[in-house]
Write a protein that binds this ligand. Structure first.
Ligand SMILES: [Zn+2]
Length: 289
């Protein structure tokens, strides 16, 4: 090999070395980039399948959020599956059978005809403007077909209770908007004892209790008509209590006790169990709001 050919060969060899070196750096850089990107990929999380609600075959609302998944024990029989401890179960003094006639204590929202419950329910009010509030909750107010009540009167009564300045929405924090759509945030149903039992299942209402079952509040028409012994002459207050208590469960409130003699009974107190030393009251107390 001549000298100029050796020089050319040497230069080619050096050039190959430089190219190999650059390739090595590029490969290392690429590896680091991939490694840095990996943590940015979010980990896979399991998504719980919605739990079917056996009691809402007719009108199914969206799956329940975790905060609402604790069953109300308003209608539980002590010791039964899915119920809260016995101390949290509302007692019922006696069974109340719905009658066909008007209630002597309070005839409002009643018709003088016989109940013919059909087991199906329908919206009791068309869309309704809610008061201004920081948070608006949409409620579908329903009445079971065949219940002898002026459905518009019932729905209006419930809407007024929910949006009363003494209620859960006091001071503009919350408002309830009755809607006829079936995608409301929750349903409030006035139902016969048998239908109440079905809608409250697996809670055991025994034809007597009302309940909040996931996204459905069921008011037993027997209670709506006659209240309890202590409330039989004060049905207006009892209805305020019944609506506010069960909707209070939907909002996440739990049972509380009478705070002391002569105090208004908290609305989340189990007033059907008796008022004790507390006074009749159908509105959330300041401590409850
Ligand atoms: Zn309760």
């Amino acid at each position: 090999m001549r000298s100029h050919e050796r020089v050319r060969a040497t230069n080619v060899f050096r050039l190959l070395l430089v190219v190999a070196s650059l390739l090595s750096v590029a490969t290392a850089t690429s590896a680091i980039t991939v490694a840095d990107d990996q943590p940015a990929v979010p980990p896979l999380t399991a998504t719980a399948a919605p739990t079917p609600d056996p009691g809402t075959s007719a009108l199914v609302l969206p799956p329940v959020a975790a905060a609402d998944s604790v069953p109300d024990n308003e209608g539980c029989v002590p010791g039964s599956t899915g119920c809260a401890p016995d101390s949290l179960v509302d007692a019922v003094e006696e069974a109340v059978t719905p009658s066909g006639g008007q209630s002597a204590a309070n005839p409002s929202c009643r018709l003088d005809t016989q109940h013919r419950p059909q087991g199906t329910t329908g919206p009791a009010i068309t869309d309704y403007l809610a008061p201004d509030a920081a948070r608006v909750i949409r409620v579908r107010i329903e009445v079971e077909d065949g219940i002898a009540i002026d459905t518009g009167c019932f729905a209006d009564t419930v809407a007024r209770i929910l949006n009363d300045s003494r209620g859960w929405g006091a001071e503009g924090a919350l408002a309830f908007q009755p809607v006829s759509a079936d995608d409301a945030d929750f349903r409030l149903v006035l139902a016969s004892p048998d239908t109440t039992d079905r809608l409250c299942f697996p809670l055991r209402t025994g034809g007597k209790y009302s309940c909040r079952n996931q996204r459905t509040v069921v008011l037993n028409v027997a209670r709506w008509e006659s209240g309890t012994e202590e409330y039989s002459e004060n049905l207006e207050i009892y209805r305020q209590y019944l609506v506010n208590h069960e909707v209070g469960h939907f909002l996440g409130h739990e049972h509380v006790r009478c705070p002391g003699p002569g105090e208004p009974a908290p609305v989340m107190m189990q007033q059907t169990k008796g008022l004790g030393e507390c006074l009749l009251n159908g509105w959330p107390t300041r401590d409850e709001r």
